[in-house]
Design a binder for this molecule. Structure first.
Ligand SMILES: [Zn+2]
Length: 217
């Protein structure tokens, strides 16, 4: 494992599909920091209400206390000057401002450990995770096991419908799949998603014809 020089801040990203053990790995690193008498604060987005408000719990029931925050900037307001290590779980649900916040805290000399999904159920980069990976010193990509063939898996296959990119607390509706067995959403689900994106962006101008027709006889 990497050596972390004292007093130099850093950013670590732990990412992967569902069931890849991201939360376990995050909690493991934070517990080690506590054993080393470092001051640790842990955050998660407030929408994650899977197992109560003040704890971070992995699927295999590892636990550490965590504070729910409604925005990335809220973390800046509640991180103590003396805190050595800042843990952030479910980082994909923050907006891109989390990149600024994590960078600012790392620049202050803190060690930031962020865990989250790197891909959504469509196999697309998820939220701010890719940008965090780009600016991090250390990136750990964890693999799950494909539910179909048992090979290493890095995709989250959704088994039931729904509009949310990943429905929290609905891990029953997902399984890990390898590249070969991952089946992207069917056309209707993609259509619904496109409709929702159009509604968010407002009406679009009609497209210009691809080629001018006036030159032709
Ligand atoms: Zn497979």
């Amino acid at each position: 494992m990497a050596f972390f020089p004292h007093r130099m801040g850093s950013l670590e990203v732990i990412c992967g599909s569902m069931f890849s053990g991201k939360s376990e790995e995050l909690i493991r690193r934070l517990r080690l920091a506590r054993i080393a008498h470092q001051r640790v604060q842990v955050f998660k987005p407030a929408l994650d209400t899977r197992y109560g408000d003040e704890e971070l719990v992995s699927h295999s029931d590892f636990r550490i206390s965590a504070r729910n925050v409604r925005s990335a900037s809220e973390i800046l307001h509640v991180v103590h000057d003396l805190t050595d290590v800042v843990g952030i779980d479910e980082v994909q649900f923050f907006d891109d401002d989390i990149v600024r916040v994590a960078t600012k805290l790392a620049n202050q000399g803190k060690r930031i450990v962020a865990a989250g999904l790197d891909q959504d159920y469509r196999g697309q980069p998820f939220g701010p995770t890719p940008r965090l990976m780009a600016v991090a010193e250390y990136v750990t990509k964890l693999l799950a096991v494909c539910a179909v063939c048992g090979d290493p898996a890095n995709r989250s296959q959704r088994l039931s419908g729904g509009a949310a990119l990943v429905e929290l607390g609905a891990s029953d509706g997902y399984e890990a799949r390898c590249r070969r067995h991952f089946e992207p959403e069917d056309d209707r689900q993609l259509e619904l998603l496109a409709e929702r994106e159009r509604a968010l962006k407002g009406p679009r101008k009609a497209r210009e014809p691809l080629a001018p027709s006036g030159d032709l006889p």
